[in-house]
Design a protein around this ligand. Structure first.
Ligand SMILES: [Zn+2]
Length: 373
């Protein structure tokens, strides 16, 4: 029997991926209006929360809006129902619609807005453009009877162990003999109480981001046949895993800046792009950062990118970039609308996997304030 997920359950799933700790200090992410302590039959993802989006949510009988841009950015001093913002909050509360915002944490999250943009541009071997967080790696060595080697190895991979660069499921195995004596009160999978048992065992080693330890161990215990699992966890001095804003990667085929501008416009669904640079120059290495790119001009230049795709570039910042030799495509802040479908799909997949009847839809309202003629 499928059931509706609670708001808390949905957000817990969402934050296991778009972690709160990735957000910039002072970014008002999380619950903004309403309550998460209720059953949710319909979720709607949106880039912005505007009155037209709230009307859509009411029409669609949505219980929870997941927005990229926080609806309440500055601390509210009053809720005046005669202002447009006050009216919007009133409508949300009247119709029991909860608003939750995931902003810079969704930008930074692996698979978040910046990865979605990089993927849409077909970039490969992508790396983080501006590092904001790092997480050390750990190593697990687990001892498994050879009969269950592949089960435990697969469980490790599924839980997120063994990612090295562009490779997944990396493990190392060595064979040996495990010995143990089951004591009174045990219920051994192999051997008998009071007798030393010798078993052909395999030691499987793999690395994982430290944050994933609980998840990895839970998966190993589930796949392992023994009552007591023997394992070691080591801290590692390896280069940590980096998280951050923007991505840099390579296009499959190089093209001129002019061709790339057209390509960006189509792939990211921009109504128009503004270009800084030499239209006939060749472009292969691309930096992309959703949202306001002004603060990241230097990072883009030092990354060695042939062009920086972003939004909201100021006139004088464009001058600076021009003088420093950085080419820019300002495709508009609205390119972040890519998260509407990206987050919708991810959440709907989780809801279906967890057998929830909760439906996830994407807003279809155009919230771009700009028109192009
Ligand atoms: Zn934004």
């Amino acid at each position: 029997m499928s059931k509706q997920a609670s708001g808390q359950a949905i957000i817990q799933e969402f934050e296991s991926w778009s972690k709160k700790k990735y957000a910039e200090d002072g970014d008002p992410i999380g619950l903004q209006v309403g309550s998460l302590n209720k059953k949710i039959s319909k979720v709607m993802t949106t880039l912005d929360v505007l009155p037209t989006v709230v009307d859509e949510a009411i029409r669609e009988e949505v219980d929870l809006i997941i927005a990229h841009h926080p609806i309440l950015y500055k601390p509210l001093k009053k809720i005046n129902l005669d202002t447009e913002q006050g009216k919007m909050v009133e409508q949300l509360i009247k119709h029991d619609i909860t608003v939750y915002a995931a902003h810079t944490n969704l930008d930074v999250a692996p698979g978040g807005v910046n990865d979605m943009l990089a993927e849409a541009l077909g970039l490969s071997n992508t790396e983080v453009l501006v590092k904001t967080h790092e997480e050390p790696y750990k190593k697990i060595a687990v001892f498994v009877p050879s009969t269950h080697e592949s089960e435990v190895r697969e469980a490790l991979g599924k839980a997120g162990a063994g990612f090295i660069g562009g490779y997944s499921d990396c493990t190392f195995s060595s064979e040996g003999t495990g010995r143990f004596k089951p004591k009174e009160g045990t219920n051994p999978y192999l051997g008998e109480q009071g007798k030393v048992e010798a078993v052909n065992e395999v030691k499987i080693e793999s690395i994982f981001p430290a944050d994933d330890q609980t998840k990895i161990l839970r998966a190993v215990f589930k796949a392992h046949p023994y009552e007591e699992v023997a394992y070691d966890i080591y801290p590692l001095e390896n280069e940590p895993k980096h998280y951050g804003l923007g991505r840099i990667g390579k296009l499959e085929n190089e093209m001129t800046l002019e061709e790339f501008a057209q390509f960006t416009k189509e792939r990211l669904g921009s109504k128009g792009v503004r270009i800084v640079g030499d239209l006939s120059s060749t472009v292969k290495k691309v930096a992309v950062l959703g949202g306001d790119g002004n603060k990241f001009i230097s990072a883009a230049r030092f990354s060695g990118a042939d062009v920086f795709v972003s939004g909201d570039i100021y006139y004088h910042v464009a001058h600076d970039a021009m003088m420093e030799g950085l080419q820019i495509i300002d495709a508009g802040h609205n390119i972040e609308k890519i998260m509407i479908e990206g987050v919708r799909k991810k959440l709907q997949t989780v809801m279906t996997e967890k057998k929830y009847s909760t439906e996830v839809i994407g807003s279809t309202v155009d919230t771009d304030p700009f028109q192009f003629k």
